[in-house]
Design a protein around this ligand. Structure first.
Ligand SMILES: NC(=O)c1ccc[n+]([C@@H]2O[C@H](COP(=O)([O-])OP(=O)(O)OC[C@H]3O[C@@H](n4cnc5c(N)ncnc54)[C@H](OP(=O)(O)O)[C@@H]3O)[C@@H](O)[C@H]2O)c1
Length: 348
């Protein structure tokens, strides 16, 4: 078993890491780190556990440590708050750790892979240039924003039809805001048409990098030319982000060809049969009232993205609705899949 540590272990994403790694065939949680508020406490006393299954007893009893390198395992998952991730993740990478991060801080750095293993596993080669560019003994790999991952996965198979632009409105779950997150007074029976922290900009910039191609000298990604316009909203849903999308294609095919492109889409995780890989990363649902968070967020352990309602768009070429689990495919599950790929590629 490969020992792993979790930075930000007490948060929403940190808890999801603990749940996903509880029975993992390769990775074993042996270190937990968080802020001074939690340091020195048993995990069960430091974290407000929000998931249906209890954490493993061994993790529950483990003492939360300061988020500084020294005693932690080489492989670190990070669910750190973005206000502190820049310094802490760099300190771990400089000390030789492999940091597989959810935080936004390094996603758009030139030599940091922004990975969705089914879409751009070849971007891992950026790690070769990262050492020289950053002067770190270790490395940082990131996964996308929790809404971006749903959007980029739905768009990836549409590149072959000449994808030029996308207009998207998201309806995002409250678990995306961490814990305690959005005050209940603000969200119950309500919708908030704004998510802070540059959520719309993240969707608009990260998507191009994810869908882009490696530069000829393999030390950067040339962003895909798709133009993105995003509006992000918070809705009173516990888990699962929904995206209503309209796409413009230069060679729009039949609706059947689009559905076929989604249903037949797969990548490295499926080829390598990685433990967290869903059998089909994209699942198209024929029912007119799907996808829905309650019915579809947990599909294939929360790792598959569900798509439905494909129809012609009077403005663009087609419109549809995509949905995925924000703390699993959009966060901890994505990072675990990244680490599984890195392990199989001999990068850990
Ligand atoms: N929730 C999602 O759906 C989602 C999806 C994708 C990406 N993300 C990203 O993942 C990260 C975590 O999100 P979250 O929702 O889990 O947030 P959260 O529930 O607020 O958890 C934040 C974590 O960061 C730790 N932390 C805060 N300040 C610290 C400090 N000074 N030193 C060390 N640790 C510190 C907290 O520890 P304490 O408990 O000790 O304060 C906690 O463990 C964020 O960067 C977020 O943008 C979240």
């Amino acid at each position: 078993m490969i020992p792993v540590g979790i930075l930000g272990a007490t948060g929403m994403v940190g808890q999801q890491f603990i749940a996903l790694l509880a029975n993992h065939p390769w990775f074993k949680v042996e270190w937990l780190g968080a802020s001074q508020r939690s340091e020195g406490k048993a995990f069960r006393d430091a974290a407000a556990w929000r998931l249906p299954s209890a954490p493993p007893e061994e993790v529950s009893r483990r003492t939360v440590e300061a988020a500084v390198p020294g005693r932690a395992p080489k492989l670190m998952f990070s669910g750190l708050d973005s206000s502190v991730a820049t310094e802490i993740e760099a300190a771990f990478a400089a000390a030789g750790h492999i940091v597989v991060s959810n935080a936004r801080n390094y996603r758009m750095e030139q030599t940091v892979p922004l990975l969705i293993p089914e879409v751009n596993s070849d971007h891992l080669v950026l790690l070769e240039a990262q050492g020289a560019a950053k002067g770190w003994k270790g490395r940082i790999v990131t996964n996308p924003n929790c809404a971006t991952v749903v959007i980029a996965m739905a768009l990836a198979p549409l590149r072959q039809f000449g994808l030029t632009s996308t207009v998207v409105t998201t309806m995002q779950a409250i678990s995306g805001a961490g814990y305690p997150g959005v005050p209940s007074w603000d969200i119950l029976g309500n919708l908030i048409p704004y998510i802070g922290g540059g959520e719309e900009e993240k969707i608009e910039t990260e998507t191009g990098k994810i869908l882009g191609a490696l530069a000829p000298n393999r030390d950067a990604v040339l962003s895909h030319a798709v133009r993105m316009s995003a509006t992000t909203t918070r809705v009173p849903v516990q888990n699962g982000h929904t995206a209503s999308m309209s796409v413009s294609l230069t060679q729009p095919p039949s609706p059947e060809a689009i559905v076929d492109a989604w249903r037949s889409f797969s990548g490295k995780p499926q080829q390598l049969e990685l433990p967290s890989a869903p059998p089909s990363p994209l699942v198209y649902l024929d029912e007119v009232n799907r996808p829905q968070p309650i019915l579809d967020a947990n599909r294939d352990g929360g790792m598959a993205v569900s798509i439905g309602r494909l129809r012609r768009c009077p403005i663009g070429s087609y419109k549809f609705v995509a949905h995925g689990h924000n703390t699993i495919r959009g966060a901890a599950g994505a990072a675990v899949l990244n680490a599984e790929l890195m392990h199989r590629e001999g990068l850990l």
